[in-house]
Ligand binder design. Structure first.
Ligand SMILES: [Zn+2]
Length: 286
């Protein structure tokens, strides 16, 4: 028996290897010719109190939040933007959804990435709109990427006294990541103006938004939590837990001005109805 095994041709021996080994052999996709935006379903948050956001139930189409994660695949590299509310490690591998408090997630993030050929090791840059726990769940998986963060945000994330709505353990590994620290300036990630981080503080001390210039879709702004509901736009309503309300309103005014000037569409990340309409990975926007 041992002798026959030793005589197995190499190709057949590879076929007998465990699936995990084969998965490790998957190569990341060739870089696209123009930037692509992949939208991942990272769950939903239900049962929120509209009063927390300055609304009555009747004033909102729905109080539910979508939770969205994004990958930008650019000819020169990759950027993850926001990484979910429930970590992949909370899934039991039985296909069942995971509920933590008001959040329910049906699909872990890494298998969604793997379905389009990427592993966390293929990700060059990580940027979070902000440190709230519904945006950071899988951050440690991307600690090998270069983290792009505002100084004020990073300071709050690693302060002795943790900020509100923060899960420090979810991003603790970023402390030692290669880091680009920003001080309110725009950051053109790949140097060609197609993927640009813009400071929009207030919701948190170093909240940021992401501008994309896509060849077919056109200019697009991923708003982080600059707004939570479509109905919030053009009001002075901000959540009760806002870090600095005046700063938020100033950031909104600045971003609205930019949207007018650039002609960019605005995607509010938690907008449940918008999210339901978006193409999800493996489809993409280009
Ligand atoms: Zn938030």
């Amino acid at each position: 028996m041992i002798q026959r095994r030793a005589l197995l041709p190499g190709a057949l021996a590879v076929c007998l290897l465990a699936p995990a080994v084969l998965a490790a052999q998957v190569h990341k996709p060739a870089p696209p010719k123009t930037p692509r935006l992949y939208v991942f379903d990272c769950g939903a948050i239900k049962g929120l109190s509209p009063a927390t956001f300055g609304f009555t139930k009747e004033q909102l189409a729905t109080t539910d939040f979508a939770v969205t994660c994004y990958l930008i695949a650019h000819p020169k590299g990759t950027l993850m933007w926001d990484v979910g509310v429930v970590p992949d490690s909370a899934f039991k591998g039985d296909g069942a959804p995971v509920t933590q408090g008001p959040s329910t997630v049906t699909k872990p993030l890494k298998p969604q990435l793997a379905a389009i050929g990427y592993t966390p090791a293929d990700i060059n840059y990580l940027a979070l709109s902000h440190y709230h726990s519904d945006h950071t769940a899988n951050a440690n998986d991307f600690a090998g990427a270069t983290w792009i963060v505002e100084q004020a945000e990073r300071d709050a994330m690693f302060a002795d006294k943790p900020a509100n709505i923060m899960q420090g353990p979810s991003f603790s590994a970023l402390k030692n990541s290669k880091t680009v620290v920003l001080h309110g300036e725009d950051y053109d990630v790949f140097g060609d103006g197609t993927v640009v981080l813009k400071s929009a503080p207030g919701h948190t001390p170093g909240h940021q938004v992401l501008f994309l210039k896509l060849a077919k879709t056109g200019p697009l702004l991923l708003a982080g939590d600059l707004y939570h509901y479509a109905e919030e736009r053009f009001t002075d309503k901000v959540p009760t837990f806002e870090f600095n309300k005046e700063q938020s309103l100033a950031s909104r005014a600045k971003v609205e001005e930019f949207l007018k000037k650039s002609g960019a569409q605005l995607w509010i990340e938690h907008d449940y109805l918008l999210h339901a309409k978006l193409k999800k990975s493996p489809e993409y926007y280009e």
